[in-house]
Design a protein around this ligand. Structure first.
Ligand SMILES: [Zn+2]
Length: 97
């Protein structure tokens, strides 16, 4: 059983912060978050060595929490199919520290 998310803070212009109950936390810039979008389309682009987006400045238009699962973000470049699972974000948090 993994630790529960206790806090999510989205600065639509800048960054996403997530905190877990065991003290783990993630603070990631939106541009970096967009780069690791887990959807099949973006995965395919990364595998082909293509950029996942051509927008120079990304913002989040809106975000939707999917309960225990994760967070979906609607991006200013029109992309909205990726759901960032808490487990995946936690892996990023572990990698960043
Ligand atoms: Zn994507």
């Amino acid at each position: 059983m993994s630790a529960a998310v206790i806090d999510v803070l989205l600065d639509r212009e800048r960054r996403l912060e997530v905190a877990w109950e065991d003290g783990c936390s993630l603070d990631i810039e939106l541009g970096d978050l967009r780069e690791v979008c887990p959807c099949a389309d973006c995965r395919g682009r990364r595998e082909r060595g293509e950029p996942v987006t051509t927008a120079d400045r990304l913002t989040a238009l809106s975000a939707e929490l999917h309960g225990n699962w994760g967070i979906a973000i609607q991006w200013s470049d029109g992309h909205e199919t990726g759901i960032y699972g808490w487990e995946m974000l936690r892996t990023l948090a572990a990698g960043a520290s």
